[in-house]
Design a protein around this ligand. Structure first.
Ligand code: NAD
Length: 347
């Protein structure tokens, strides 16, 4: 049997792009044809060290890379011509500006959550709406917070029905690599109410009755959501809920005995388990931080902003090319390749 191998290009090799590139090379049904960068930074050198073909994007110039001893394989256009799909991981709004180029060259494209939903035919989350995106030419993988909410919502809605959902998001101020963002002191409420996260989840799960509010705090270690969900058909007991979350591959649930008080210990746990960059691609819940009172479910979850969207990008490629029409099978392939299923839930 011939196995279809999809040729994948990554445009934008920063926080998300380098992680998606590393994930693509782990897939049997995908081939990384190269990555595009604008500047000859340490990350450009590391891409070459990883034997990724490097192409020059945006305002970058080949001579600038070569003067630093970094060899390049061509321009972004050359890269795209060699690819079946480009995963755009450029900063917010740059991705939308790139759409004209992708259209002109007739390549399929996947964008990230920094772009508006209108950039693509579908906003995507594997657990929530994989089937709708099978065969699509343009997909947007929603942002880190929206991915975390959409996963939880898909699970709860499918099993118990959701009558109402209020979420308060405590957002990290910057990624660990960033030195110019803040605040470094203080708490900044997002005064636009409700925040954009609720409507963004609805691009994946239309009609989900969710309202969100957000604030930014001085940390780089994950976002935390506090959720109050009114269920239509609540389970008989909290144990059913806990075991539902615990049985899902993209969820990790810490018992009290694990000594995980908050995001510092979650990140330490991730670094200690020794996968990749110490990433956490799962939604993180605390067993004791889940409460059920009648129809009202309360739970905290933490979201690792730098990596949670990585498996979703892989599943989006598989859906786009109909490599798998079943969400569960695609997620299984992705999770096994990234080590998600093999990681034991902490106990
Ligand atoms: P980043 O700044 O870490 O990386 C972007 C990379 O693109 C950088 O290497 C930058 O040099 C490069 N770049 C800039 N202009 C370019 C151009 N014209 N052509 C090619 N490359 C260019 O950004 P990021 O955090 O990886 O974000 C990328 C996208 O992913 C955004 O839409 C963002 O909203 C989304 N996203 C980010 C996070 C997060 O927390 N970092 C989480 C989920 C989704």
């Amino acid at each position: 049997m011939t196995v279809l191998t999809i040729k994948v290009a990554i445009n934008g090799y920063g926080t998300i792009g380098k992680r998606v590139a590393d994930a693509v090379v782990r897939q049997k049904d995908m081939q990384l044809v190269g990555v595009a960068k604008t500047r000859p930074t340490f990350e450009a050198r590391q891409a070459v060290d990883r034997r990724y073909a490097l192409y020059v994007a945006g305002q970058g110039s080949r001579s600038e890379f070569e003067s630093q001893g970094i060899s390049v394989s061509g321009t972004l256009e050359d890269l795209i011509r060699a690819a079946d799909v480009v995963v755009d991981c450029t900063p917010e709004k740059v991705g939308t500006a790139n759409r004209e180029l992708y259209d002109r060259l007739g390549v399929r494209a996947i964008w990230q959550g920094g772009e508006k939903a209108t950039v693509a035919e579908h906003s995507f989350n594997a657990l929530a709406n994989y089937a709708e995106c099978v065969g699509a030419r343009r997909i947007r993988v929603v942002s880190c917070n929206t991915t975390g909410l959409a996963r939880a919502a898909a699970l709860l809605h499918r099993n118990f029905g959701v009558a109402e959902w209020d979420c308060t998001l405590v957002r990290r101020a910057a990624d660990p690599r960033e030195s110019k963002k803040g605040p470094i002191n203080g708490i900044l409420p997002t005064l636009k109410l409700p925040s954009h996260h609720g409507p963004d989840v609805q691009t994946v799960l239309p009609g989900l009755p969710i309202t969100t509010a957000a604030m930014v705090v001085p940390t780089t270690l994950m976002h935390v959501h506090f959720n109050h969900v009114r269920l239509e058909r609540p389970p008989a007991d909290i144990a059913t809920l806990r075991s539902l979350f615990a049985s899902q591959p993209r969820f990790v649930i810490f018992p009290g005995s694990a000594g995980v008080e908050g995001t510092p210990q979650v990140m330490e746990w991730a670094r200690d388990r020794g996968e990749g960059r110490g990433d956490v691609m799962e939604n993180v819940l605390w067993e004791e931080g889940i409460r059920l009172q009648g129809k009202d479910l309360y739970f905290f979850q933490a979201i690792h902003q730098e990596s949670i969207v990585v498996p979703e990008n892989i599943d989006a490629i598989r859906a786009m090319f109909s490599l798998e029409t079943d969400a569960g099978r695609s997620m299984g392939l992705t999770d096994t390749s990234l080590g998600i299923r093999e990681r034991p839930a902490p106990s």
